[in-house]
Design a protein around this ligand. Structure first.
Ligand code: HEM
Length: 453
C-alpha cells in the first residue's frame, strides 16, 4: 500500500487487549510499569563507583533503549569491563554514542595480538577511569587533557567488533571467520556512500557525555596510531528526559518524534539474551566466537523537513504506534508497554499491514527467531549540500544470527511506506568479540589462540 492508498484515520476502538496468543511476551516494556513503580530512576551510581541500572523486581536491568533521566547520570558511573560478554550491548544506553570504523594494519598474527593487547589496555584504563602517568615534559603528554587531570569513567563503554574484510583479506585469518559474517550488501532503498561503509574493526563508544566519547577516541587514535587507521565515524545521542510524575520509564524518542525501543526484547533477561543476542554453542560458530554477537550498523538519514509536513495520521500509520504515548494503534489509549494484538486485526484496519512495526515483527511464531536487540542513537550532522537538515538514526542492533536477525527484518521492511522519509547512507556488518574474561586476558585472545593452534 502506498501513502496515498492508506486509509483515512478511523476512530479506533478503545480496549485493552491481552498479548497475542501463542506469543511469548519478550518485550522489556511490559516490565517497565512494574520496575519503575518501585522507584523512578534511570541509571544509579552506587557509592563505590559501580554502575548499576534500575532493577526490576526480578532483578533485571533497565532496557537498553530507556531514555536516560535528567540528573541521574554521574561522571562516577562505571560499567564493569571484564566479563563473558562485552559491555555496550545489553547494558542501558547512556546519552551519547558513536561508531568509529577502522582499517587494521596488522598483517601477521603477532601484529594482531599486539593490537588486541594494546586496545584492551586502553579500554580498561578509559572505562574504569584513573590518573594518566606523568611524562617527561619534553614528550607529548600521556593524555589529551580534555577531561582534566583525572579521567572519570562517566559510564564509558568501548565495544570492539570485527568486519568481514579483516578476515577476507588475510589468508591466515580467513578460515577463522565467524560463520555468518558477510560484507553488507545494498538494500533497495539504500544510497550507500562508500566512505561511510564497512571497516576491518569498529569501536562503539558510549558514555554519559560527548566529551568522554571524544576523549576515548583520541586516546585510542594516539596510542594505536601504528595499528589502526580511522576510516569513518558517526556520532549520535539520545534525549535525556525529566523523570515522569508516574515514575514510568520511557523509551527515548527518535528524530521522527516517536518512542524508539518500546518493543525491544528485555535486555535484562539473561536467558533471552543468550537465545537472541549472544552466540552460544548451538550456533556451531568457531569456538573462539562463543559469547560474541553480530552487530549491524546503519546510518539512516531522516528527511525531517518532509516528515514534519506529513499529517499525524500518516505518521502514525507508517510507524504503527501513536506518536504521543507510543501505544500500539489497536490500543490508542493504552501505553507504550502494551502489546499489539494482530490476531484481532487480520486486515490491518487498526495497525496497517505495511506499518513499520507490523512488517518488522508480525508477532507470529515463525518470526520469533528474527527478534533483534536495537541500541540506536539519533544523529545531527548539520546541513546537507542541498540546504536540508542532515539528521537521522545511527541504527545499531545485535543478534546471535545476522541472517535471521537484521537481514531478514530489513528484507521485510524493504518497500515499506516509511521509506519515503528514510535513506540509509552507510554502515556495515561486524562481529562483536566475546568479553575479556579477566585481568591479564585481552580482546580476541581465543581467536589468537585458534590462529596459533
Ligand atoms: C531511521 C530509521 C528507523 C526509524 C525512525 C524507526 C522507528 C521505529 C519506531 C518508532 C518503532 C516503534 C517503537 C519500538 O518498538 O521501538 C520501531 C520499531 C521497530 N523497528 Fe524501527 N526504525 C527505523 C529503522 C529500523 C531498522 C533498519 C530496523 C531493522 C532492520 C528496524 C526494526 C524495528 C523493529 C524490529 C521494531 C519493533 C517491532 C515490534 O516488535 O513491534 N527499525 N522502529
Amino acid at each position: 500500500m502506498t501513502k496515498h492508498e492508506l486509509p483515512v484515520p478511523r476512530k479506533i476502538e478503545e480496549r485493552d487487549a491481552p498479548p497475542a496468543p501463542n506469543m511469548p511476551d519478550m518485550s522489556a516494556s511490559r516490565r517497565k510499569a512494574l520496575k519503575m513503580g518501585i522507584a523512578a530512576m534511570g541509571t544509579l551510581w552506587m557509592g563505590g563507583g559501580a554502575y548499576a541500572a534500575s532493577r526490576t523486581p526480578e532483578g533485571h536491568e533497565s532496557n537498553v533503549t530507556d531514555a536516560p533521566v535528567t540528573n541521574v547520570a554521574s561522571p562516577k558511573d562505571r560499567v564493569p569491563f571484564f566479563g563473558k560478554h562485552q559491555s555496550g550491548v545489553t547494558n542501558p544506553r547512556p546519552a551519547n554514542g558513536m561508531i568509529a570504523s577502522f582499517s587494521v594494519l596488522a598483517e601477521t598474527p603477532d601484529a594482531l595480538e599486539r593490537l588486541f593487547r594494546r586496545l584492551t589496555e586502553r579500554c580498561v584504563f578509559l572505562t574504569q577511569g584513573g590518573t594518566p602517568p606523568d611524562y617527561d615534559p619534553r614528550l607529548p603528554p600521556a593524555d589529551s587533557g580534555i577531561l582534566g587531570p583525572v579521567i572519570p569513567p562517566d559510564a564509558l563503554t568501548i565495544t570492539v567488533s570485527l568486519g568481514n574484510s579483516l578476515f577476507e583479506e588475510r589468508p591466515w585469518l580467513k578460515p577463522h571467520r565467524p560463520l555468518r559474517l558477510i560484507r553488507m550488501t545494498r538494500f533497495p532503498n539504500d544510497a550507500l556512500d562508500a566512505a561511510l561503509c564497512h571497516g576491518d574493526l569498529n569501536l562503539q563508544i558510549c558514555a554519559n557525555t560527548q566529551d568522554t566519547t571524544q576523549h576515548a577516541l583520541r586516546d585510542i587514535l594516539k596510542n594505536l596510531a601504528d595499528q589502526l587507521v580511522l576510516r569513518w565515524m558517526q556520532e549520535g545521542n539520545v534525549p535525556v528526559i525529566q523523570p515522569g510524575p508516574d515514575g514510568l520509564a520511557e523509551s527515548a524518542r527518535n528524530l521522527l518524534g516517536f518512542r524508539d525501543g518500546s518493543a525491544n526484547p528485555d535486555s535484562g533477561d539473561e536467558a533471552l539474551m543468550n537465545h537472541l543476542v549472544w552466540v552460544g554453542a548451538e550456533r556451531k560458530e568457531p569456538a573462539w566466537a562463543l559469547g560474541g554477537s553480530y552487530q549491524a550498523v546503519r546510518i539512516i538519514r531522516n528527511f525531517v523537513e518532509r516528515w514534519d509536513r506529513a499529517p499525524l495520521w500518516e505518521q502514525e500509520a507508517f510507524i504503527g504506534r501513536t506518536k504521543v504515548t507510543g501505544a500500539p494503534l489497536d490500543q490508542p489509549h493504552g501505553r507504550e508497554s502494551d502489546t499489539p494484538d494482530y490476531t484481532k486485526d487480520p486486515n490491518g484496519e487498526k495497525t496497517p499491514l505495511d506499518s513499520h512495526i507490523r512488517l518488522a515483527n508480525d508477532r507470529t511464531p515463525e518470526t520469533q527467531d528474527n527478534i533483534i536487540l536495537r541500541r540506536p542513537f539519533n544523529y545531527f550532522n548539520g546541513v546537507a549540500k542541498n540546504g536540508q537538515l542532515d539528521q537521522g538514526l545511527l541504527f545499531i542492533c545485535y543478534q546471535a544470527d545476522l541472517e535471521k536477525g537484521f537481514i531478514t527484518v530489513q528484507r521485510r521492511l524493504d518497500g515499506e511506506p516509511l521509506e519515503e522519509y528514510l535513506k540509509p547512507v552507510g554502515g556495515g556488518y561486524f562481529f562483536t568479540l566475546p568479553g575479556v574474561a579477566r585481568k591479564g586476558d585481552f580482546f580476541g585472545s581465543a581467536l589468537i589462540a585458534a590462529l596459533r593452534a
